[in-house]
Write a protein that binds this ligand. Structure first.
Ligand code: HEC
Ligand code: HEC
Length: 440
């Protein structure tokens, strides 16, 4: 790319987030989405059954209230924010692998809480993802969708899951949710937004609730501000330290971390990187015996092929695969991977280096003393585990990453935490040289 081209694409990096807020909300209104039944059945989900159409700003403000309100749960104890803490990039605030919630507030979940930031570009789930900005002849396999197994197609569908999941907010039906909002402290705000009669039609009111939660999660200032040090670096507004630069190089290098294979780190066509290709992979993280459901030795969370997801149960080649998460704000996480089995970022990175070269550090021994490598995956599915670099080695080989490389990558990953720009009023001089390496 010419330097003018680069400058132009960098300009559009700045503009893009501003444009997308309102557009996403409006765009989603025209799309026919799954039905909730009720008076509007047969019409597109966002067909306007309310008196008024609120502005994106009004919806966002309402959504922020709903998100933080524990009254929305059956137990009255847990808000969305109780699991998705805004101070932790909308991920978990404590180092428990799974959170407690449900009807009585005491049922344990089965998976780690994902961050809700930078989810705005996750495509709907497909089994045959073709990256339209890359080589469009390559079918990259399953990609997209919400949750660790992609089973919620859209943010809209996703909003229903926690509200009704017995392990999360445990409401029995939409009416129960509407009743709470009607009695809540923002009922007047809700009427002002959707019309005085909105609560007379429970189905329309529930749509309003879903729309507000969605609009809030699409607010760029809170959910995708692109305000990390690395973003500033890509925009030529900050310099990375020597160590951070070494970490970036090791992260991208196919002979070292090869991380960008699944967590792309380069700006492309004016868009800042998401640090996920939205694809699914089985990387074989160890079983987490601290998750209560894992007390049953026959229970396995196999991701794409079930048991939470049910439509791909016969696709055994997908067993063990989870959606590659973004690594933006990963340094704010107290637990890592779908089962929260790791508690430090350094361990999460070290796992990539040592899974194959020193598996005894990660997996337990079975009754007969042999190493139970990939102990969270039944033997029949071992062929699904990713074996490309950095996972292309044998026990006893030299790891793809040295201890120093691991430290460097951790230092680099810390540059992906939002809020850097706000804390550094005068950025250091822009680096020379080009925008670093590409993903796949
Ligand atoms: C008890 C904890 C808990 C509560 C409360 C909760 N969530 Fe979640 N949330 C989770 C977990 C765990 C997952 C991952 C589920 C999975 O992979 O099956 C998740 C996944 C999500 C996702 C998908 C993220 C992704 O990466 O695809 C969204 C969006 C979401 N939650 C929004 C919400 C909203 C909105 C609320 C409130 C209405 C809420 N959550 C309440 C625990 C919770
Ligand atoms: C084959 C694709 C692939 C490659 C290569 C890869 N990752 Fe991942 N990464 C994933 C997937 C899939 C997960 C989620 C796996 C799970 O939870 O079971 C993940 C999860 C993570 C997490 C935990 C994030 C969270 O929210 O819990 C970190 C940290 C991470 N990767 C860092 C790296 C680093 C550093 C490298 C290079 C050394 C790397 N990844 C290479 C696919 C990949």
């Amino acid at each position: 790319m010419s330097s003018l081209g680069k400058w132009l694409s960098n300009m559009s990096l700045l503009i893009r987030p501003l444009l997308s807020v309102g557009l996403l909300v409006i765009a989603s209104m025209g799309v026919a989405l799954p039905q909730d039944g009720g008076p509007a059945a047969g019409a597109p989900f966002y067909a306007n059954t309310a008196e008024k159409i609120p502005s994106a700003a009004v919806l966002t403000a309402l959504g922020r209230e709903l998100f933080a309100d524990p009254a929305l749960s059956a137990s009255g104890k847990i808000a969305c924010a109780g699991c998705h803490d805004p101070k932790h990039a909308f991920g978990p605030a404590n180092d428990s692998p799974v959170q407690r919630a449900g009807r009585n507030g005491r049922l344990s979940g089965v998976r780690a809480v994902p961050s809700l930031k930078y989810a705005q570009n996750i495509p709907p789930f497909t089994e045959h993802f073709v990256d339209d900005e890359g080589d469009d002849s390559v079918d990259q396999g399953p990609a997209g969708g919400r949750t660790w197994d992609g089973r919620a197609a859209s943010l809209h569908e996703q909003a229903r899951l926690p509200l009704f999941s017995p392990l999360e907010m445990a409401n029995t039906d939409a009416d129960a949710v509407v009743r709470k909002v009607r009695q809540g402290r923002y009922a007047a705000q809700f009427r002002a937004a959707f019309g005085a009669a909105i609560f007379d039609d429970a189905a329309a009111a529930f749509k309003g609730i879903s729309m507000a939660l969605e609009a809030y999660q699409q607010s760029s200032a809170e959910f995708y501000p692109y305000s990390s040090k690395y973003d500033a670096y890509l925009r030529r507004e900050a310099a990375l330290s020597e160590q951070e630069l070494r970490g970036l190089a090791a992260f991208i290098d196919p002979g070292k971390g090869n991380c960008a294979r699944c967590h792309p780190a380069a700006a492309r066509n004016g868009a800042l990187p998401q640090f996920t290709d939205f694809g699914f992979a089985a990387i074989g993280v160890p079983r987490n015996r601290r998750i209560p459901v894992n007390a049953d030795p026959h229970y396995f969370d196999l991701g794409l092929c079930g048991p939470l997801r049910t439509d791909l149960r016969s696709r055994l080649e997908y067993c063990g695969m989870f959606r590659t998460p973004t690594l933006r704000n990963v340094a704010l996480r107290p637990v890592f991977f779908h089962n929260g089995v790791m508690h430090s970022l350094r361990d999460a990175v070290r796992f990539y280096a040592e899974r194959d070269t020193q598996p005894q550090k990660w997996y337990p021994r079975g009754g007969d003393g042999s190493l139970a490598k990939f102990d969270d995956l039944p033997a029949a599915y071992l062929a699904n585990v990713d074996r490309q670099a950095p996972f292309d080695r044998q026990a006893g080989d030299v790891s793809a990453l040295s201890d120093a490389d691991i430290d460097d990558i951790v230092a680099f990953l810390r540059t992906l935490t939002d809020g850097y720009l706000a804390t550094v009023p005068t950025p250091p001089p822009a680096p020379s040289g080009s925008v670093p390496g590409s993903g796949r």
